[in-house]
Design a protein around this ligand. Structure first.
Ligand code: FES
Length: 237
């Protein structure tokens, strides 16, 4: 491997190329680090913190932290997984996620991560926010009740689609995804082929007239838990 360097992840020596993030290096080695906001091929905003690991004892987001030579990284520990459960639980109670009736069920990364982390039911009280729905576009809708503010659509709209359809508006608990700041989806040039529509990890941005098109058994996480595609790489070695 050109410019190879090594570091330790959960007691295993990992060899990687210079410039990789800890998460990228782990993926290549067949080790799954839980994540929500980041996705392959797209610049991450590092917003969710689900991927937090300890680097030489200090918490860092593994999707943005470079895998520098000699670092000692811990990821699969009870304390870190408990922290991840806490973040995922907060996302659930901070929105209105009706998984049983959601057309994204089985393809939803938040739901899949909850299963993987062993969350049966959140222990925190639900906030039941009044998230609004924008169904003005003929082919796409945005349901802010299910948005987890990962920012994937914001990044993809600019970097992949060359548009500025989505953005963040508001602060703190009022923060939400805006459409052309405070506009309507119908007044944008968003199309259902846009990457910004594709990248939503949950059921917040949906194409109309496609609900439940994929039968149970063929959805993304019917075949195995989230992350198992990465871990299968390791099994094939
Ligand atoms: Fe790293 Fe979200 S996946 S901060």
């Amino acid at each position: 491997m050109a410019d190879k360097q090594t570091f330790t992840l959960d007691g295993r020596e990992i060899e990687t190329a210079a410039g990789r993030s800890i998460m990228e290096a782990a993926d290549e080695a067949g080790i799954y680090i839980p994540r929500l906001c980041t996705m392959k091929g797209q610049k991450t905003l590092g917003s969710c913190r689900v991927c937090t690991v300890l680097v030489n004892g200090r918490p860092q987001a593994s999707c943005t932290q470079p895998a520098t030579p000699g670092i000692v990284v811990e990821s699969d520990t009870e304390a870190l997984n408990e922290a991840r459960r806490g973040i995922v639980e907060m996302l659930f109670v901070d929105g209105n996620h009706f998984c049983m009736f959601c057309e994204k069920s089985g393809d939803c990364e938040l739901q899949a991560l909850a299963y993987r982390l062993g969350i049966a039911a959140p222990q925190l009280p639900y906030r039941y926010p009044a998230g609004d729905v924008d169904a003005t576009h003929p082919d796409i809708l945005v349901d802010r009740n299910r948005c987890i503010l990962c920012g994937r659509c914001v990044t993809a709209s600019v970097a992949a689609d060359g548009k500025h359809v989505f953005d963040f508006i508001g602060r703190g608990s009022d923060r939400r995804i805006g459409v052309d700041s405070r506009g309507r989806l119908a007044d944008t040039d968003l199309t259902s082929a846009d990457r910004a529509v594709e990248v939503c990890p949950v059921g917040a941005i949906l194409r109309k007239r496609t609900a439940f098109a994929t039968p149970v058994g063929r959805r993304a996480y019917d075949a195995g838990p989230i992350g198992s595609d990465i871990e299968r790489k390791e099994a094939r070695r």
